[in-house]
Ligand binder design. Structure first.
Ligand SMILES: *Cc1c(COP(=O)(O)O)cnc(C)c1O
Length: 344
């Protein structure tokens, strides 16, 4: 992989915006700050947020056992993914590879950035067809998106298959680990040093219960992170988000919640197996379950009628008659099963 070749020319040439806080970083309390046109009346929010999110990044990098310069934060992982497109994909020229059925944002961002999206479907049991993927690569294919555990199927991608792609593809491989906390497996972040073309994204939106604050994390080599850091909006992580994330990451609440959700997932999976209209319950390593039913549209509408909203995935490739059900609270899951058992 040649990073210099992958970076767009305009990105290489641009000079980043230099904010007041970038030019004078030492926000010491005994100085008078007249450099950012802020309102001087002190509230907790009258100052711009730290553009480099120093305290939050130090905390995350310690927990993930990675250097601070291997970490980028985004306004949700969706912003991180968009920055990756804008840094490495030349509009109307480059392409990316995605493996449907998968997270919808990759294709939305490809369209938004005018990048061709080459789709190579996962197999019928949602595994990667490595040879097929590598066959579709062209000299202008810059990015390959893998989602593990995959949304909407819930399965973890095979380590050997992913390794083959990391070694066999000359562009960047993005592994979206939005659901990694539900797997008990080691993150690919622990193998960043082995693979210079690897980018891992995670989020506080799922296991950490903080979808509302919008915080996505991105881990890669310091060279790739430097490129993304250069083009990110200067104040992309607001003060409220930085503070809420620091608070959440310092408690251990997430671990208890994750084990409760995993426990509920296993109970719900086996209960769903015995519903007569459920044809298949796919093995999930995430906080949702994909099921194949007799008639997805019919069952979806029945659920809506009784006030239960699930995701109808029937139009996604490989997901005919499939519904995706997020794991609710123990009470919600019992209510759901009680309702499903009345279906005819
Ligand atoms: C939910 C989800 C995300 C989360 O995106 P945020 O912008 O961080 O909320 C990312 N990737 C996948 C595959 C998801 O399902």
């Amino acid at each position: 992989m040649n990073l210099n070749y992958l970076i767009r020319k305009n990105i290489k040439a641009m000079r980043p915006y230099s904010s007041a806080r970038d030019e004078f970083k030492d926000l010491k309390a005994d100085m008078v700050f007249l450099d950012a046109n802020e309102n001087p009346i002190e509230t907790d929010l009258n100052r711009y947020p730290d553009p480099q999110q120093t305290a939050l990044k130090e905390l995350i990098s310690k927990q993930k056992r990675l250097a601070v310069n291997q970490l980028l934060l985004g306004n949700g992982s969706d912003e991180v993914l968009d920055l990756i497109f804008r840094a490495f994909c030349e509009p109307n020229q480059d392409s990316i590879l995605t493996l449907p059925p998968t997270y919808g944002m990759y294709s939305v961002l490809a369209q938004l950035n005018s990048i061709e999206n080459i789709e190579v479907c996962l197999t019928s049991d949602f595994k990667i067809d490595v040879n097929q993927v590598l066959k579709q690569v062209t000299p202008s294919t810059k990015l390959l998106f893998l989602c593990s555990p995959n949304n909407p199927s819930g399965n973890v991608m095979d380590v050997n298959a992913v390794t083959k792609l990391l070694k066999g593809f000359n562009g960047l491989v993005i592994i979206d680990e939005a659901y990694i906390d539900f797997t008990g497996l080691e993150s690919w972040t622990q193998r960043l040093n082995e693979f210079p073309n690897l980018i891992v994204t995670q989020t506080l939106s799922k296991a950490y219960g903080l979808a509302g604050i919008r915080l996505g994390t991105c881990f890669s080599s310091k060279e790739i992170i430097a490129v993304l850091n250069k083009i990110k909006p200067p104040y992309n992580i607001n003060t409220l988000t930085q503070n809420a994330a620091i608070d959440a990451l310092q408690t251990n609440e997430v671990f208890g919640q994750v084990s409760l959700i995993i426990n509920e997932r296993e109970k719900l999976s086996s209960a769903l197996e015995s519903c007569f209209f459920v044809e298949k319950v796919f093995l999930s390593s995430a906080n949702f379950i994909l099921i194949k039913v007799d008639d997805a549209n019919k069952r979806y509408n029945e659920l809506i009628k009784y006030g239960f909203v699930v995701r109808n995935r029937t139009t996604q490739s490989g997901c005919e008659n499939c519904l995706r059900i997020s794991i609710g609270t123990p009470e919600e899951n019992i209510q759901l099963l009680t309702l499903l058992n009345t279906f005819k």
